[in-house]
Write a protein that binds this ligand. Structure first.
Ligand code: PAF
Length: 331
């Protein structure tokens, strides 16, 4: 027995010397990143998830929150999850499809008829299938879909009152083919740009505007530069929390159960807390001096339906199957 005790003591002394508690030697750390500030919508879910994971795993899994692109930008995040160099990341659906094209079915303009319709899709059979397919094809896990939000359109130049006003401005769009084609169908020539370059491009006038989740426009204080906000509700959807296969592979069945339970509850919490967020953010932006317009959507929807049909024609059978399921869920 003596030699073992001596060895144990030596390990404990070495661990202390390294500043690591003996219990912590077994701790699994999850670095969880996102592109926007700590108090953005992603932070609402991220902070709750951290609290619950640490509770349900008794501190065996520790979540370190890495907002504001600290562990890389959103454009690179999916690849990093596949490589296992990032453990977890919230990625807006538009930045997922370059790596898993089926995700574009959610990005189609005016695909969701209402917030309720979108929740029915993400929380129902379509959401479940897409989670499973994404995991089997890419090795990356979806821990939660999260809350549904809308992208609102801002610009530094002029109010958008009608369809004909849309063109002629330099809008930033994420590097997503559905979004690029939609902006073209609305009469503009968009500028595909990574998110990390967008705030500076807006300040320096390289771009005139773009669209973002309403709360992102608030968090980034874009109202200081762009005085015009148009509510078109052309894109809506989610920014799921993803985890790498490498991180999930480190978890015992019990720890995995704790992490998944924490994700489910953090998702419900985020959906509840942010239920009124779009309306509140729009009111806040108006208060901060933005001129808010509500253009008639008829021509935007007509143009959007053509984009939906074009992508349905070129994206293949599986894409068409989920498009039909989403359309059916609105009935
Ligand atoms: O516009 C984007 O690229 C994304 O919506 C953003 C702002 C990174 C949030 O996920």
């Amino acid at each position: 027995m003596k030699p073992i005790n001596t060895l144990a003591a030596a390990v404990a002394v070495a661990a202390l010397a390294l500043g690591v508690g003996v219990a912590n030697a077994k701790t699994i750390t999850m670095n969880l990143g996102w592109a926007t500030p700590i108090d953005s919508d992603y932070g609402v879910a991220g902070k709750k998830f951290k609290e619950l994971v640490e509770k349900y795993t008794d501190g065996s899994v520790v979540v370190k929150l890495r907002p504001s692109g600290q562990i890389g930008g959103e454009d690179e995040a999916f690849k990093a999850l596949q490589l296992g160099t990032v453990d977890g990341y919230f990625i807006s659906q538009n930045n997922v499809s370059p790596h898993f094209p089926l995700f574009d079915v959610f990005q189609l303009p005016y695909i969701f008829q209402s917030t309720e319709h979108a929740y029915k899709v993400f929380m129902g059979p379509v959401g479940k299938d897409i989670k499973d397919l994404l995991e089997s094809k890419t090795g990356v896990h979806i821990l939660m879909f999260g809350d549904v939000s809308y992208r609102d359109l801002y610009n530094t130049q002029r109010p958008i009152e009608k369809f004909e006003d849309f063109g002629g401005l330099k809008y930033r769009v994420p590097k997503n083919e559905v979004m690029i084609e939609t902006f073209r169908a609305f009469g503009a020539e968009p500028v595909p740009l990574a998110w990390s370059e967008t705030p500076t491009a807006l300040q320096t006038g390289t771009i005139d505007g773009g669209d973002n989740g309403t709360s992102v426009i608030v968090d980034m204080k874009f109202f200081e530069f762009a005085k015009h906000l148009a509510i078109l509700e052309h894109f809506s959807g989610v920014a799921p929390m993803f985890a790498s296969g490498r991180f999930m592979g480190k978890l015992s069945p019990e720890l995995k159960e704790g992490v998944l339970k924490a994700a489910r509850e953090a998702e419900e919490y985020q959906q509840e807390v942010l239920a009124a967020d779009t309306d509140e953010s729009r009111a806040y932006l108006e208060k901060m001096g933005m001129q808010v317009t509500y253009p008639d959507k008829t021509k935007f929807i007509e143009a959007a339906m053509k984009v939906q049909d074009e992508f349905a024609a070129k994206k293949g059978e599986e894409f068409r199957k989920y498009l039909q399921m989403i359309r059916d869920a609105a009935k």
